[in-house]
Design a protein around this ligand. Structure first.
Ligand code: FE
Length: 190
């Protein structure tokens, strides 16, 4: 991130230490890293304006930090009013911390081939809340801005360089999947 604020640098240092010490223990990363993320999103004055910009048409994913060994990445996810993702998976663990506004996540499991996906319930996040996802317990969801009339922002940490990972989007009606790579909204500065 350009002009990285001190509290974000601190977060990255501490998160790196958690990942170093966990040596692949995902539960430990999610527990200790989740506490660090909760602390980061408990304050809302640190995210530089350039990483808080919505787009009129598309939700934005700005890469804030990529671990040099690709063990994790940190992204600001900026929702314009009413924007939503397709149904998608991650293939790596994820932590989601709500910074501003609100977010609605609908969780799914694959159905039989050609059959609708199974709805597993809805999570609503408000500022300060942190949620985790893991491929081992199911990591398919569709996420949307809770609000039709305001921007929402969440900070995501993923267990890999998420913008470079080949993963999937799904058709909720047929459980059909196709590969996708999300990239980043700030590719030009990377
Ligand atoms: Fe997601």
């Amino acid at each position: 991130m350009n002009n990285s604020p001190a509290c974000f640098d601190h977060f990255v240092r501490e998160f790196t230490r958690v990942v170093d010490e966990a040596t692949g223990d995902e539960a430990q990363v999610l527990a200790k890293g989740g506490a660090l993320l909760a602390d980061l999103v408990s304050k809302d004055e640190w995210l530089p304006e350039q990483y808080a910009q919505p787009h009129p048409q598309y939700y934005q994913q700005y890469l804030l930090h990529a671990d040099p060994d690709n063990r994790f990445s940190v992204v600001s996810f900026v929702w314009g009013p009413g924007q939503k993702t397709p149904v998608h998976n991650h293939t790596v663990w994820a932590l989601i911390g709500m910074l501003r506004g609100g977010e609605r996540a609908e969780n799914f499991a694959l159905g039989e081939p050609g059959q609708p996906m199974r709805a597993l319930g809805v999570d609503v996040l408000s500022p300060g809340m942190v949620e985790s996802l893991s491929p081992t317990t199911g990591d398919i969801h569709r996420v949307s801005n809770l609000y039709e009339d305001q921007v929402s922002i969440s900070i995501h940490v993923y267990g890999g360089n998420i913008g470079r990972i080949s993963r999937h989007v799904f058709d909720a009606q047929s459980s059909a999947l196709k590969p996708f790579i999300s990239g980043y909204s700030n590719e030009s500065e990377l």
